[in-house]
Design a binder for this molecule. Structure first.
Ligand SMILES: O=C(O)c1cc(=O)[nH]c(=O)n1[C@@H]1O[C@H](COP(=O)(O)O)[C@@H](O)[C@H]1O
Length: 270
C-alpha cells in the first residue's frame, strides 16, 4: 500500500494529528530529566509509549538525537521501531537536500527496507532543485513510503527565499507546482510542508494533490482554526503537527494535551 493510502487509513482510525518528538533540553527539564542520552531515551520513547494507541503519526526531530552522537542516533533507531510497533506512522524530520548521488545515499539511509533508520516518510529541502530529490522520491514510491518537501516554512526567515518571485510565481509556488505535476506518477506519495503561522501563504495549495504537513501550531502561534481559515478547501489535505505544546508539559500531561489538539483539529474540520 502506498504512503497516501496508509496515511489516510491511520488518520481515519486515530484522528488527524502528528505529534512531534523534539526532546530538546527544555522539554527534558519539564519531564524532570537532565540533558543526558539516558534521559533522551526515556523522554522520546515515553512519548511513543504514552500515545501509542491514540496518535496516528509521530515526527521525531533528528537534530535532538544527533546532538548526542552515535548513542543518540541509536535511540532514534529504537524510537522509530517503537512507532512501527505502535502501528503508527513516522515522519523523520531530517530536512535533507543534496545532489542526486548523495540524495541516493540518504534515500537508502532513511527509506530503505533494511535500514535501521528507516521511517515511513522524511522531510526534504528542495533548494538544490526539486529534480535533485528524485532518488529519494523514487525510493519512497518503491517502498510505500512518503516524502515531505519544504515549500513555505513556518519561520519568518523563510519568506526572503520562499516568497521571492521568479518569472511568474513565488519559489514556494514552483515547489508546490512541480510536486502537483509529479504526484500522479508518484502515487501521491509526495507532500509539502507549509507552516500554519502565516495569514498569507505566499503560494496557492488549493489544487495540491498530496499530504500537506503543517507545523507551527501551538508554540509558534498557529492554531487549528487558523489552518482552516487560511488553507480553505485544501484543509482536507492537511496533517497538522505539534511538538512542544504536546510534549512540553511532562509525561503526565501528554495524553490530555494530545487529546486537546486532536479535538481542536476535528472541530476545525481538519
Ligand atoms: O519540517 C518541519 O517539520 C518543520 C517545518 C517548518 O516549516 N517549521 C517547523 O517548525 N518544522 C519543525 O516542526 C517542529 C515544530 O516544533 P514546535 O514549534 O515545538 O511545535 C520542529 O521540529 C521544526 O523543526
Amino acid at each position: 500500500m502506498g504512503y497516501a493510502a496508509r496515511l489516510r487509513q491511520i488518520t481515519t482510525r486515530r484522528g488527524n494529528l502528528c505529534v512531534g518528538i523534539d526532546p530538546m533540553p527544555s522539554v527534558l527539564s519539564a519531564w524532570g530529566l537532565d540533558a543526558t542520552v539516558e534521559a533522551l531515551e526515556r523522554c522520546a520513547r515515553g512519548i511513543v509509549a504514552e500515545l501509542a494507541e491514540s496518535v496516528a503519526v509521530f515526527k521525531p526531530q533528528s537534530a535532538f538525537f544527533e546532538a548526542f552522537g552515535s548513542a543518540g542516533v541509536a535511540v532514534l533507531e529504537r524510537v522509530l521501531e517503537d512507532i512501527r510497533q505502535a502501528g503508527a506512522l513516522s515522519i523523520l524530520d531530517v530536512k535533507r537536500g543534496d545532489i542526486g548521488s548523495s540524495m541516493a545515499g540518504y534515500a537508502t539511509a532513511y527509506l530503505g527496507d533494511d535500514s535501521p533508520l528507516r521511517a515511513d516518510a522524511i522531510t526534504l529541502s528542495p533548494y538544490l532543485g526539486v529534480g535533485s530529490l528524485s532518488p529519494a522520491i523514487e525510493q519512497a514510491v518503491l517502498t510505500g513510503r512518503g516524502i515531505y518537501v519544504l515549500a513555505r516554512t513556518s519561520n519568518p526567515d523563510g519568506a526572503a527565499i520562499q516568497c521571492a518571485r521568479t518569472d511568474h510565481a513565488s519559489v514556494a509556488q514552483h515547489v508546490v507546482d512541480a510536486i502537483t505535476e509529479g504526484n500522479p506518477r508518484w502515487d501521491h506519495a509526495v507532500g509539502v510542508v507549509v507552516g500554519g503561522t502565516h495569514a498569507d501563504l505566499g503560494c496557492d495549495v488549493s489544487t495540491f494533490n498530496g499530504s500537506i504537513l503543517v507545523p507551527g501550531i501551538g508554540a509558534q502561534g498557529g492554531t487549528m482554526e487558523g489552518i482552516r481559515d487560511v488553507f480553505g478547501d485544501a484543509s482536507s489535505m492537511v496533517l497538522p503537527t505539534v511538538s512542544r505544546d504536546v510534549i512540553g508539559g511532562g509525561r503526565d500531561d501528554l495524553g490530555r494535551r494530545a487529546e486537546l489538539f486532536l479535538a481542536n483539529a476535528q472541530v476545525a474540520g481538519l
